[in-house]
Design a protein around this ligand. Structure first.
Ligand SMILES: NC(=O)c1ccc[n+]([C@@H]2O[C@H](COP(=O)([O-])OP(=O)(O)OC[C@H]3O[C@@H](n4cnc5c(N)ncnc54)[C@H](O)[C@@H]3O)[C@@H](O)[C@H]2O)c1
Length: 322
């Protein structure tokens, strides 16, 4: 079994290749049961959660893979000064079940997440999108400019974060890598000047207001993963052509469950999944004035596509098993 640590996993997942691999993966599909959640009681701290995200190739596919992402969510780690989330990916041969690789799941998650958003933007954002507003500056948000630059001619990155010092550090990093970037404090002005608005936060109240969004904008929401979380308000969803990564977005994310439950939008307001876009079953953006909206909650399909890409590159590159 190959053991591929964070550095190696990152090096073998360049965004341009990963975005193309995801496009192919969403077109082909795979089998991915609803993720398993197990609550783990803890003494004197909030419960932990064990998340299992399995996926495997269709029986017709060759080569065939099976993979599981194991995620530990430990809210009590905040008090320990440790990350709240740790994940590991195990890849198997889909036919024999032989173990192939153990990969850094944190890197897989962060990179497949932003690459999924970039892939959606290839179908949904205007081709000449130049100004990117990133809301948040955490592990996922910090990779968004690089991923978006793989699909659109981004010239300027605006960053807003609830933690202004964190936004400052993120902008410094972007500038040191040669990007034109600035921290913004006025979210309304920033939303109304951006071509693409992307958010990866833990917000529970809407940050993006539909009233601020100008025609032609693409809105990309990554953060909300429970029915109580919101990153954009009802106006934003009502005025937009709405797309989702997978059908799980309809039951997991407050950005959609809340307006659906309130009858503000109906199920038919959601136009297509990323699989539909990749398969050409939906054209995506149809004109320059349209406001598009992509809500992702993450998928085991995207994980296995990324894990396969790393494994195949590592095998080809002759990385020896440790
Ligand atoms: N859709 C997906 O596939 C996918 C994949 C991975 C992570 N995520 C989600 O993306 C989000 C960010 O993940 P991360 O690993 O970057 O986390 P992180 O902890 O590294 O970053 C969180 C960011 O949210 C900001 N934030 C915290 N509370 C906020 C609030 N109340 N309002 C506004 N901003 C707030 C923080 O300042 C920080 O910038 C999480 O909700 C995570 O679950 C989604």
């Amino acid at each position: 079994m190959k053991i591929l640590d964070a550095e190696m996993t990152r090096a073998l997942l360049p965004f341009d290749g990963l975005i193309d691999a995801l496009n192919q993966g969403f077109r082909t599909g795979c089998v991915s049961p609803i993720r398993h959640h197990h609550t783990i009681d803890r003494n004197n701290e909030p419960d932990a959660t064990l998340l299992l995200m399995p996926a495997w190739s269709h029986s017709r596919d060759d080569p065939s893979y099976l993979g599981v992402k194991i995620v530990m969510v430990v809210p009590g780690n905040t008090a320990r000064g440790l990350p709240g989330l740790t994940s590991t990916y195990i890849l198997y041969d889909g036919v024999s079940g032989a173990q192939l690789a153990l990969l850094d799941g944190n890197v897989i998650t962060a990179r497949r997440t932003v690459a999924t958003s970039a892939l959606a933007a290839r179908y949904l954002s205007r081709e000449d999108s130049k100004t990117l507003l990133v809301i948040g500056s955490g592990r996922v948000a910090s990779l968004l400019p690089q991923a978006y630059r793989a699909v659109r001619p981004i010239e300027r990155v605006l960053v807003w974060d609830i933690d202004a010092a964190r936004a400052d550090r993120f902008v410094e990093t972007l500038r040191s890598s040669g990007m034109k970037a600035e921290v913004v404090s006025d979210l309304e002005t920033a939303v109304s000047t951006a071509d693409i608005v992307t958010a990866a936060t833990l917000a529970t109240e809407p940050l993006v207001k539909g009233a601020w969004v100008r025609p032609g904008t693409h809105i990309d929401l990554i953060g909300g993963f429970t029915p109580r979380m919101r990153e954009a308000d009802d106006d934003a969803v009502v005025m937009s052509s709405v797309f989702i990564d997978t059908l799980e977005a309809l039951i997991e994310s407050g950005d959609l469950t809340q307006p659906l439950a309130a009858g503000i939008i109906g199920r038919s307001h959601v136009r297509a999944t990323l699989a539909d876009l990749a398969a050409g079953k939906n054209p995506g953006r149809t004109n320059r004035e349209e406001i598009t909206y992509f809500k992702a909650v993450g998928s085991a399909l995207a994980d296995i596509v990324a894990a396969r890409m790393v494994y195949e590159a590592a095998s080809g590159a002759g990385v020896s098993a440790r």
